[in-house]
Structures are given as C-alpha cells and as structure tokens.
Design a binder for this molecule. Sequence first.
Ligand SMILES: Cc1ncc(COP(=O)(O)O)c(C=O)c1O
Length: 431
Amino acid sequence: MHEFCYVGKKLFCEGVAIETLAEKYGTPLYVYSQGTLTRHFQELDGAMAPVEHRVCFAVKSNSNQSVLRTLANLGSGFDIVSGGELQRVIAAGGDARNCVFAGVGKTEAEIEFALRQGVYSFNAESEPELQRINRVAARLKKIAPVAVRVNPNVDAHTHAKITTGTYENKFGIALEHTEGVYARAAKLKHLRLRGLQMHIGSQLTAVAPFEQAVRKVVPLLEKLKVRHRLEFFSIGGGLGIVYQPALASGAAAWWQSAAGKKIMTPRIYAAQLLPLLQPLGLRILMEPGRFISGNSGLLVTRVEFVKRTGKKNFVIVDAAMNDLIRPAFYDAYHEIVPLTQKGGARISSDVVGPICESGDFFCKDRALPKVGEGDYLALLSAGAYGFVMASNYNTRSLAAEVLVNGQRAALVRERQPVAEIWSGEKVAPWL
Ligand SMILES: Cc1ncc(COP(=O)(O)O)c(C=O)c1O
C-alpha cells in the first residue's frame, strides 16, 4: 500500500489529496499517515514474535497525542525521557506500566511522578541516579524497578550527534563497570533490579553494530540475569529508515530499498538478532522511534518567492529551521517534492526558510522541478524528530499537524496563535 504517493499529478496521503489539507489548514503543516504508523509498528512487532517482547515506541521522535494513541491502541509500550513525556503518554491513553524511563538527568520530581504512576522500569544511567531513585522510593515506601543502561562501546557508524554507545558519549555505564554497579545496586533496599538496557545510536542502516553490541553484552547478561533474577533485556531503538529518495522506493515499504540501496528491514534485523536473544530466556524490549514515525509524516510548505542571484536559485518557503531543524542540525537529507507535479526541466535550487540564519535551509544545489509563488512542496520522511524539535525562534508559531486515516483527516494540533508565544512573559515592574 502506498501511504504517500501520486494519484494523477497530486500527492496523496492515503486517500486524501495533501493539497486540500494545505488549503484548509494552512502551511507549514505536518501530515501523518495512520496507516504507515500502524504498518511499521506491526512489521517490527511481527518480526520479533518468536520471542516474548514489547515494542516501546520512543516518544521523543513524535509525541503528538494522536500518534501516541494510535500506537497505544496497537499495544505499544513507550520509551519516555521526561516526566512531561510520561504525562503525554497517560493523557493519550497509554499505560505507565508499559513505559520505560530513560535519560541521564532524571529529577527527583520526575522520579517521584513515575514511581507513583508505576512505570515498568527506570533505565538508570549512573550510580548517583540509582541512589537518587532508591532515596525517592524509600521516601514513598515503594520499590522502584530499575535497569542499568550499559554502554557497550560500539561505534554505530551513524551521525556523530546521534551516536550514543561509545565511551565518548554521556550515556550509560561502561560495560566493564556494569557488573560492579549491579552488585552495589542490589544492596539498595528500595530498588528491584529488573533488567538491562542499551541503546547504541540512531539511524543505523545495518544490523552489524546491533549484533556486535548484543554479542558484547550477552556474557555479562548471562551472569546478571541469574545473580539478580533479571526479567528483561532492552536492545534500545536506532533502526534506520530510507530518507533518500523515499517516494521512488514505492509500495511495499520505504525502508526496504530506495534507488537500489538495500537497508535493514525488520525481518533482517530479527533474523540476525533472534538467535542471540532467544537463548537468554528474557523478555526483549525494543525502543524504536524513527523506524515507526519517520516515514509516516511529511512537512508541507508553500513557496513565497523564488530569488535568483548570480550563482544560485533560491526557493524561499514558509517553513524554516524552527519547524524542521534536521538539515541544519544533522546535515540531514529530506526528499522535497511538489504537491502537484508539473513536469518540465529541473533546476538546481536551494530551498530555504525565512529565518535570519544561513543554516536555515532544507537543501542545497538540488535538481528540483521549477516552482513559483504559491506552489506547495512536501519535505518527506519528517515524521520523526520533526515537529518535536520545533521552536519559536524568530517568534514563529509552531506548525499545525494533521492525521490521515484512509479518506479521513483530522487536525491533531492547531497552529499556535502567535500571541501565545509570549503569553508567559512579563514586563519587569520597574520598566
Ligand atoms: C534510550 C533511547 N531509546 C530509543 C531511542 C530512539 O531512537 P530511534 O528513534 O533512532 O529509534 C533513543 C533516541 O535517542 C534513545 O535515546
């Protein structure tokens, strides 16, 4: 099934022409396909079926309430990284008991809230954090379920800003220190050692680094699971997706092949990891974000001006780096396509936003169809780390979001009224 594809000359999301959404709700506009979210969740869930497991969607990748509700309805758990994300999950109808709480800097208030809500596990990243969780649990007369995030020191071969599993990174506890940490944590009376967790990075397009990390961790896990009666092993998220070019890859699944490029599928991932995981006899958790939400969304923008300089053709659009920061922040590639195909020659263009930064661009020197004022463009594969990283820089409103399901479309976030941006500010009384 094509969830984003051209029907005639118009780009559709499932059964809805995206241009009708742009006309109705304005731009910049995020559009998500419920069908794609569902299919991606089910592909991964199905591939891991031979082992007892739970997919815990990484809320940080896309935390819109309708996205979370879609996944909660499918039986997903959630990987959260703040008290705010836990509140969101609960508000969306998710169950705290299916949440794993990650992050290097959990505050006392966040730990207390999560304990009261009954999260499945705190994935602790340091000994001071374990001590803090123990202290809060003692005060509440509770036992806190914990796992330690182990850092296996494996290079994920991804962008430096999304590599998390080497000793250069702030995350987790070094593999060789982990056994000692468990031994000391076992003496803390208000902790229950429930599992072990790892997450080596994001946008991995090969299974080899996952496999390498699991192989490194398994001998330790074999010891710990017996000694501390562990129940689960979380292998984290990080499954990569195809960004380039997404539409060309067609029907079956965007991540399967694009422009001849083979990348990891859930089936390949599972086939290589299950033989290592099954003998452990533990419950396996996964924390995918991008894999489920990334290709499920796009960002629609409108062309404001086309400006030719001596050297360049600039397409100035109404979306900017505050709406989608990935190109500026990670040098990320997003395929850019028109909502209405016109044919004709392509022209080398920079697509840029109106923000006063040279980093405010979506592509540089890319052969794109000729466009003019009022035309709509879509930035594909923007469902993960898109809206969630948006800001109000340049006092620009947060974009609206729409969810599509078949022929139906619903506004799932209203465009932010501009005055709301400064509504919490006050003029100092002496001014
Ligand atoms: C602990 C943890 N789990 C899961 C994820 C999700 O990663 P991805 O979206 O690449 O699957 C992240 C991303 O930063 C993470 O830090």
